[in-house]
Ligand binder design. Structure first.
Ligand code: TYD
Length: 207
């Protein structure tokens, strides 16, 4: 069966590396997979990159709405999530609407960010969301080690990360009854975290 899986977590939690490894393991089990990310590479996502770098001014409310637009495109554009699932591919996305709840929800109104997504019929609900958890200090250490200073984005400072972390926790606590959420500890070696993610995946889809 083709599944739609989302990996979420603060910047620096190693989502991209872990998504690559998860895809590799699923492929080795004979599953066809595709990895994807938000913001997307579509025109809507490119505009968001310019907003995130501070180049294009945008209020948090319009940024949230732009993320919703990019997500609709991500689902519906040719070659997007919808097409991949239809073609039998398991889709693994680096971030999804939970990021808008946490990042833009802290700057606008959390309920509004949730409402605009849950009421939109074009925004698919994932079969599984894995939330990578880690302390803010460790996230910052990894961000600073991996990126030149001028590539660090507007949400990548200690205060913004702490705010986002609290909101992610609040959001997942609130939605855990209606969505398939698994928390995975992202500290430790790449291999250790990968094993935890595989255990979460197997636990979610074994029954
Ligand atoms: P990116 O460089 O892709 O970081 P990462 O590899 O950590 O995902 O940048 C994504 C940035 O976009 C990140 O700082 C969080 C932000 N973002 C939002 O604020 N809201 C959203 O809905 C999404 C998808 C991302």
């Amino acid at each position: 069966m083709a599944e739609f899986i989302v990996i979420e977590g603060l910047d620096g939690t190693g989502k991209t590396t872990q998504i690559g490894l998860l895809a590799k393991t699923l492929e080795s089990r004979g599953k066809k997979t595709v990895t994807t990310a938000e913001p997307t590479d579509l025109p809507s996502g490119k505009l968001l990159r310019r907003v995130l770098s501070g180049e294009v001014p945008s209020s948090p409310w319009s940024t949230a709405a732009l993320f919703l637009a990019d997500r609709i495109q991500h689902n519906c554009a040719e070659g997007g999530i919808g097409d991949s699932l239809k073609n039998g591919l398991t889709v693994i996305s680096d971030r999804y609407y939970y990021s808008t709840f946490a990042y833009q929800g802290s700057e606008t109104d959390l309920k509004w960010t949730m409402d605009i997504h849950y009421s939109c019929p074009l925004v698919r609900r994932p079969d599984l969301v894995i939330f990578l958890t880690m302390g803010v200090d460790e996230c910052l250490k990894r961000i600073n080690a991996n990126r030149p200073a001028d590539a660090i984005e507007i949400y990548e400072n200690a205060e913004a990360l702490s705010r986002t972390k609290s909101l992610f926790e609040k959001v997942f606590d609130e939605i855990k009854e209606r969505e398939n959420v698994v928390f995975v500890d992202a500290s430790g070696s790449v291999e250790e975290v990968h094993e935890r993610i595989i255990a979460a995946y197997d636990g979610a889809f074994s029954e």
